[in-house]
Ligand binder design. Structure first.
Ligand code: NAD
Length: 490
């Protein structure tokens, strides 16, 4: 319960009296110039730790360590890499409860979700561990004069830049395939959530990962992040974050011809037709926007509901949203915790008045929750139109925008009339309609009559402003590896 969680947390926080350092070549090191920044709890704004604030020289040291470690890691047999990655997964499982507590405290995400997210981090390692032995597999394509062999080789040291939403799980999702492919890594975690990233690399090295294979530099995006994207020894950048940061990284990486993989923002529609199983649609619509504080790239932040059922659906929705339990993130009964940072909570709250001025109605929530911490009430807007800011911009909080439609064509044109294209959710019991709509919906991932259920072998990624490239299955290896062709004269 909450008291037990708080007691364990205060034990864990003891070690953060010391600053969180970078990990370069297996060593814990401060920033070269001794600079630090602070990370605070979004729940009560207390200081959690000071953290190394890295600059160009620190990133350079990390990139050089990754370059030095690359040949041995590349040449290690896949079976041995598999064993090491499974050992990391085992170590994550052993520390999952502590990881979840620290992540909840550092980010404000409710413990009920973070406990699962930590275990999912272990799953990510296991999934790619099992694929490591086959990562280099290719084909023979004989011609009359040549025995043509295709194979894959790891691209080299890579940079991984991650955001603050479910940072532990997301970091494992990018780092595990890079390591399985034979790449070495420099990880730059988000400055709003530095705690579990430091724990993750520590766990990996304790589990036996050789020094320098995985380096971690903390710091700001504009300094440490930028230096990583510009570094000539870093061959590729896997980035998860905002669309505008993706654009900046593409420009920064241009001079050194970086390969990039972007998982960016979303403004994902959930389309509910009047023939759907409305009880299930209601549950899923609520779960997909109000879980994880709505700080989730795949959240269903736009509800497009058919006008024939809209009155009833919105009334039931408002009643349910009003009952969502907002509270301390370490309380297992909490459904929505504080948002990551004051700046972010203020941004989310800024939409409330603006939307009303544009003519939307607040059917639930709409204000700050409590006096301490960055809590925002779960909010439901109704009577919105698709051209409003709340229908076009990624709010990234517990805020759902409800828009009515009358025909399938209208639903589709509103669903697609947005800059983003990450996920879509379609609720209908008409199979041919489901096929028509999914075919025309502009999104990288679509679920029909389901919330977002991730199956790791399937491709994950978005279209339009939501990203470039796919993760999952073999797609991750395509990014972290180079195809190589060799023709032997016969
Ligand atoms: P952000 O873009 O502000 O920051 C992400 C990371 O990029 C941080 O580590 C930051 O320090 C770094 N960064 C910032 N500027 C940089 C620069 N110029 N060069 C290099 N690095 C730089 O994003 P955020 O606010 O931390 O995260 C929220 C965003 O992430 C949302 O838009 C969300 O939708 C998106 N996201 C997408 C997915 C997905 O899979 N599509 C998953 C999770 C989050």
């Amino acid at each position: 319960d909450l008291d037990q969680n708080l007691a364990r947390l205060s034990e864990l926080l003891e070690r953060y009296r010391e600053p969180i350092l970078n990990r370069i070549g297996g060593e814990l090191v401060p920033a070269r110039d001794g600079a630090v920044f602070e990370t605070h709890s979004p729940t009560d704004e207390t200081l959690i730790a000071t953290v190394a604030k890295s600059g160009k020289a620190d990133v350079d040291a990390a990139a050089r360590a990754a370059k030095k470690a690359f040949p041995d890691w590349r040449d290690m047999g896949g079976a041995e890499r598999k064993k090491l990655l499974h050992a990391i997964a085992d170590a994550i499982v052993a520390r999952a409860e502590d990881i979840a507590l620290l992540e909840s405290w550092d980010t404000g995400q409710p413990i009920r979700f973070m406990a699962k997210a930590a275990l999912r981090g272990a799953e990510n390692f296991r999934f790619f561990a099992d694929r490591a032995p086959a990562a280099r597999d290719g084909q023979m394509l004989p011609s009359p004069t040549l025995m043509n062999v295709t194979t894959r080789v790891p691209i080299g040291p890579v940079g991984i830049i991650t955001p603050w939403n479910t940072p532990f799980m997301l970091s494992t999702w990018k780092i595990a395939p890079a390591l399985a492919a034979g790449c070495t890594v420099v990880h730059k975690p988000a400055e709003f959530s530095p705690v579990t990233a430091a724990l993750l690399v520590e766990i990996a090295e304790e589990a036996g990962l050789p020094p320098g294979v995985w380096n971690m530099v903390q710091g700001m995006g504009e300094d440490a992040g930028r230096a990583l994207t510009e570094h000539p020894d870093i061959k590729a950048i896997a980035f998860v974050g905002e669309s505008k940061t993706g654009s900046a990284i593409m420009a920064q990486g241009a001079a050194s011809l970086k390969r990039v993989h972007f998982e960016l923002g979303g403004k994902n529609p959930v389309i509910v037709f009047d023939d759907a199983d409305l009880d299930r649609a209601l549950d899923a619509a609520i779960f997909m926007i109000y879980s994880l504080n709505g700080e989730r790239c795949t959240s269903s932040s736009r509800l497009l509901v058919q006008d024939t059922i809209a009155d009833d659906f919105e009334t039931r929705l408002a009643e349910r949203v009003g009952r969502i339990k907002v509270g301390h993130p370490l309380d297992p009964s909490t459904e929505v915790g504080p948002l990551i940072h004051k700046v972010h909570a203020d941004k989310v709250l800024g939409y409330m008045g603006a939307a009303q001025a544009e003519g939307a109605v607040i059917a639930a929530g709409g204000a700050r929750h409590g006096d301490t911490g960055h809590f925002v009430q779960p909010t439901l807007f109704t009577r919105a139109s698709n051209d409003m800011a709340i229908a076009q911009e990624e709010i990234f909080g517990p805020v759902l925008t409800c828009i009515r439609f009358s025909t399938e064509d209208e639903a589709l044109s509103m669903a697609n009339d947005v800059a983003y294209g990450l996920t879509g959710y379609v609720w209908t019991n008409d199979l041919t309609r489901a096929m028509r709509v999914t075919e025309r919906l502009e999104a990288g991932m679509i679920w029909v009559n389901s919330e977002n259920v991730r199956h790791l072998p399937t491709p994950f990624g978005g279209v339009k402003a939501s990203g470039i490239g796919r993760d999952g299955g073999d797609w991750s290896f395509e990014f972290y590896m180079e195809q190589k062709h060799i023709g032997f004269a016969t």
